[in-house]
Design a protein around this ligand. Structure first.
Ligand code: UD1
Length: 342
């Protein structure tokens, strides 16, 4: 697993270990923490091997795969800040697209052609027709989004060129929440870009108030509507996709081949004000807000039609918005400075 020390990766390691998989993590720790993996080991009752590898280092990626000899790869390692991607596009393409190319080449060299890719609902661009299905038109509105769009196309082309490849393009909606143990969770560096980590830092007293980016959208309460999904549901989606691709074959092959996109969302949208209210209930703290103009590039509404993942992977998101907030709060209140204190 690349990026296995990060937010979604660490939660996915927990679920894979619980299913009896062996996991080796590649991570450069540039936006992740070895402490997260140590805690994953505590939760799972066994240690996880970490190889400190930067995916842009082609030789290091190959050496790591030669050592790990994986049956399948789950690829999370990437940069993910939209605003930063506008400032530093070259770095985003190098890491997200170039890193994936290095990985594909190394996988081919070691004869592993089963890949689960961390894509995003961002590949639906500025689509306005809801809910989004996997057949909705694709696009992007910023360099980060284009990197996901391009990598999806690369992987579709790779899978079309050689029938031994099986690729899952998992399009995440808005991952939030934390492991119910409260031991691992999202630990953004600097000012959080995303809504729930920001709210959590307000509730715990690290920041004064939430800025709501626009309350004049065409939505029931005027604030933006998104499809928030519990990170543990998301992690379970990766296990399901891997099972579909691996097909139980001893060599990790023998399952479904070709490239397949699956939405991982709940199918239900929540507004910014609904999330704030749910978080206040979960935490028992007040979350002061102020309203500011819309953030550039934000759409009014985005939510998934998750039927294809249900029908083809047998996976559905089960956890409610209240659970997402309760689990975020358990993590944030128990670790007010994230992993830094350890
Ligand atoms: C954002 C990215 C998306 C990326 C995803 C990764 C943009 C435009 N989109 O999605 O490309 O895939 O993160 O997690 O950056 N909000 C506030 N105040 C805040 C933060 C957010 O009101 O301080 C609002 C937003 O306007 C939006 C909602 O909360 O309506 C969710 O925002 P966010 O968590 O940033 O997710 P997305 O915008 O959906």
């Amino acid at each position: 697993m690349t990026g296995g020390a990060g937010y979604i990766g660490s939660h996915t390691v927990v679920e894979l270990l619980a299913q009896g998989h062996e996991v080796v993590v590649l991570d450069d720790l540039s936006n992740a923490s070895a402490e997260a993996l140590r805690r994953v080991g505590e939760i799972a009752g066994r240690d996880v091997e970490l190889l400190e590898v930067d995916v842009t280092d082609e030789a290091a990626v190959l050496a790591a795969l030669e050592r790990a000899r994986p049956e399948a790869v789950v690829h999370f390692a990437a940069l993910k800040a939209v605003g930063e991607s506008v400032e530093q596009p070259e770095r985003y393409y190098r890491t997200n697209v170039g890193g994936t190319l290095n990985l594909v080449r190394a996988m081919d060299a070691v004869g592993c052609r089963t890949l689960v890719f961390s894509s995003s609902a961002t590949v639906y661009g500025a689509a306005t027709q809801m809910p989004l299905t996997e057949d909705s038109p694709l696009g992007a509105t910023n360099p980060y989004g284009w990197t996901k769009f391009v990598v999806e196309q690369v992987l579709r082309d790779v899978a079309a060129s050689d029938e031994r490849w099986g690729v899952a393009l998992l399009r995440y909606f808005n991952p939030v929440g934390a492991h119910p143990s409260g031991r691992i969770g999202e630990d953004p560096r600097g000012v959080p870009n995303n809504l729930v980590p920001f709210i959590a830092q307000v509730a715990v007293g690290r920041r004064e108030q939430l800025t709501i980016f626009g309350d004049d959208f065409d939505t029931p309460d005027g604030t933006g509507v998104r499809d928030y999904i519990h990170v543990v549901d998301l992690a379970e989606g990766h296990v399901a996709a891997l099972a579909k691709l691996a097909g139980g074959g001893a060599d990790g092959d023998g399952g479904v081949r070709g490239a397949h996109a699956w939405n991982l969302g709940t199918g239900t949208g929540s507004s910014v004000r609904q999330v704030v209210a749910a978080f206040e209930r979960a935490s028992g703290r007040e979350v002061p807000v102020r309203v500011a103009p819309r953030r550039a590039g934000d759409v009014a509404t985005s939510y998934a039609n998750p039927a294809r993942a249900r029908d083809e992977l047998g996976w559905v998101a089960r956890r409610s918005l209240d659970e997402m907030c309760e689990d975020t709060w358990r993590w944030q209140s128990g670790n007010p400075q994230g992993y830094a204190a350890s």
